[in-house]
Design a protein around this ligand. Structure first.
Ligand SMILES: [Zn+2]
Ligand SMILES: [Zn+2]
Length: 264
């Protein structure tokens, strides 16, 4: 059976400083679930745990008290509306979430590809070239797999995010430079650990020419046995409105089935 788009485990609310959109509230997000027959959705605002050193100024404002304001999360019949977060991995490979807080979240999104945060997520050396960015992609993904995490409720966000490089051309180049054998090695481990791999709506808005380079990553993940969840990464209602169409196209292109679904 084909993968049914019935989940969205990466959604920002107005609490994320890069949203700050009063329209992007939990009620609106719940309405999106109802409109699209989604069974499981999760709010994942940007978060750096104040118990961990190493926040940037931007992350320091998005501490636990800040994202907790989303609670109580509204519920509706037939929809599980979960509470999660999108934390961060800084250039020292420190995760912005302490073990003590794992239980406070239903789902934890870990982004390894926020390469746009100059000097914070990558060292100057790592940003120097497409080759060094490709190496950083591997290193950061591997660092997460090496952590002691509750992988059954962890998702790796937007692995083919365009923030990986400053221009579209360089971005595609970085993806091409990640060796096949490294991808197989990483995704085989990811599959074994049971971590979710995100199909991110923004990542899936590519042109026909770009499709092969971007989809290669996920096709390898699928062959290695990884499980996938959908993540609109919406910061505004307009992203919620277009999500279904994007996911259904990606699901078809990747030939995903219900067996490929990450279940939380
Ligand atoms: Zn992100
Ligand atoms: Zn996000």
């Amino acid at each position: 059976m084909n993968y049914v788009f019935d989940n969205d485990l990466h959604i920002h609310s107005k609490l994320s400083l890069c949203s700050n959109d009063p329209e992007q509230n939990c009620e609106r997000i719940l309405q999106y679930a109802k409109d699209n027959n989604l069974k499981t959705i999760c709010i994942t605002d940007h978060f750096w745990d104040e118990a961990v050193e190493g926040a940037s100024d931007w992350y320091a404002k998005q501490n636990f008290g800040h994202i907790l304001a989303a609670k109580p999360i509204p519920q509706a019949e037939g929809v599980r509306f979960l509470f999660g977060c999108e934390t961060e991995l800084n250039k020292h490979l420190t995760l912005g979430l302490s073990k003590e807080k794992y239980d406070l979240f239903d789902f934890i999104v870990i982004p390894t590809t926020h390469f746009h945060m100059k000097g914070y997520t990558l060292t100057d050396e790592e940003t120097a070239s497409t080759e060094s960015r490709a190496k950083a992609w591997v290193k950061r993904f591997e660092a997460v797999l090496n952590m002691d995490l509750p992988f059954h409720k962890v998702g790796i966000a937007h692995l083919t995010c365009s923030l990986i490089a400053p221009t579209q051309e360089e971005y595609l180049e970085v993806l091409k430079l990640i060796p096949q054998e490294e991808l197989i090695r990483l995704f085989s481990r990811a599959a074994k650990l049971g971590v979710g791999i995100e199909i991110n709506a923004d990542d899936m808005r590519f042109s026909e020419d770009e499709a092969e380079v971007i989809l290669r990553i996920y096709k390898i993940a699928k062959e290695c046995g990884c499980k996938f969840y959908c993540g609109s990464d919406a910061h505004h209602p307009k992203s919620l409105e277009r999500a279904k169409k994007i996911f259904e196209k990606a699901i078809t292109l990747l030939g995903l089935t219900e067996d490929d679904k990450f279940i939380i």
